[in-house]
Design a protein around this ligand. Structure first.
Ligand code: CO
Length: 141
């Protein structure tokens, strides 16, 4: 497999409003995208642009949100996952499985509208890792 671009760092937060204010006022972020619900993944999402990537702010959506457990352990929120791009999602899934890494579920459409899957942190040096197919026609500066 060819490792692609680090697309974003996922950061869980109990309050998207407070996190957005923090990134704007304390971190100096100038481009903060419109938040949106991602019901398939049980999260409300807001992307903060940085010069070389994005921070993905994640707030729980619904009672059984997959980040509810993380926030129970980390009430202030915190770094949740890293997301790397790959050229072809199914080839990447087969690759990780071939390495003995536990892929969590089938690829599904992620926050950028392309298929993603997650790999279990216990097989990834403790880092929950999102693998994302590079958007077609993405411009990379
Ligand atoms: Co993500």
């Amino acid at each position: 497999m060819k490792l692609g671009r680090l697309n974003h760092v996922g950061v869980a937060t109990p309050s998207l409003d407070k996190a957005i204010a923090f990134w704007r006022e304390t971190m100096g972020a100038e481009v903060i995208r419109e938040p949106f619900d991602l019901p398939a993944q049980g999260v409300r999402v807001c992307f903060v642009d940085t010069p070389n990537g994005q921070v993905e702010l994640l707030e729980p959506l619904g009672e059984d949100s997959p980040i509810a457990g993380f926030l129970a352990k980390n009430p202030l929120g915190g770094q949740h996952h890293l997301c790397f791009e790959v050229p072809e999602i199914h080839a990447a899934k087969a690759w990780f499985e071939g390495q003995g890494c536990r892929v969590l579920g089938e690829p599904r459409i992620g926050a950028h509208g392309t298929p993603v899957f997650f790999v279990h942190p216990k097989d990834m040096g403790g880092v929950l890792t999102e693998i994302m197919e590079t958007p077609k026609g993405a411009h990379r500066g």
